[in-house]
Ligand binder design. Sequence first.
Ligand SMILES: Nc1nc2c(ncn2[C@@H]2O[C@H](COP(=O)(O)OP(=O)(O)O)[C@@H](O)[C@H]2O)c(=O)[nH]1
Ligand SMILES: [Mg+2]
Length: 253
Amino acid sequence: MFMIFIIGTAGSGKSLLTATFSEWLKISKQDVAIVNLDPGVLTLPYSPDVDVRNHVDIENLMEEYGLGPNGALIMATDLIADKIEEISREIEDLRSDVVLVDTPGQMELFAFRASGPYIASEITEEPKVIVYLFDAVFSANPLNYVSNLFLSAAVYNRFFLPQVHLLSKCDLLPKEEVDKIVDWSANPKMLEFAIEQKLEGTKRLLSRNMMRAIHQLGLRFLLIPVSAKTNEGIVNFNMALERILAGGDKYTY
Ligand SMILES: Nc1nc2c(ncn2[C@@H]2O[C@H](COP(=O)(O)OP(=O)(O)O)[C@@H](O)[C@H]2O)c(=O)[nH]1
Ligand SMILES: [Mg+2]
């Protein structure tokens, strides 16, 4: 069994990618299951095999503890950590070869609280990988791109799991724009050039220093453009995952 966690800022396309990729895997005759870790979500574009909403109820928490939606979400995430053994057993019982884990809409709930890395490490003992989504529309300008780069580096330093980086929703940008962002991710010199050209003042300084700091850590964030609407790039995404998780083989024989 391989566990694939989908992480990214709110609205970056985690849930729809989970749906699209699971359908794609099924068509490729792979044995796939889906876990929903978002306690606050109302509707999902897939039917989860394991759902944390069966373990925690946001409405109840709000009523019982007099919390607003944000407080209830934070409490729910901590409660999920308490129930991780039960949830892990549900996942193990599915006996699927590959498990897609859709994480909470607001990524800070999962990535930047103590419970997130705890949940990720305790949720089964199977090999794991993190998929970090760069929202294409948000990443088209160098300042936003570097901010996202920083977030993905922070996620990496929180979980210490192998990480795959996607440029999500790439159908929403013209091809030249997509190529430009992918070039930034492959070649720091091109990103630095764009920063000098497009930004000035503090924005330029911040972006340049942040990208240099990340580069000096030796972190590489080569982006694979994908679209959960058109299926563009899903093949490349899957190859990257197979290389990391299964040594280049398929998940299911
Ligand atoms: N055009 C386009 N829209 C997308 C894509 N992926 C997600 N969306 C839309 O973006 C919005 C947020 O997506 P969702 O999967 O809920 O994001 P999440 O908060 O990260 O789970 C929804 O309206 C989706 O339909 C994509 O690849 N292309
Ligand atoms: Mg979602």
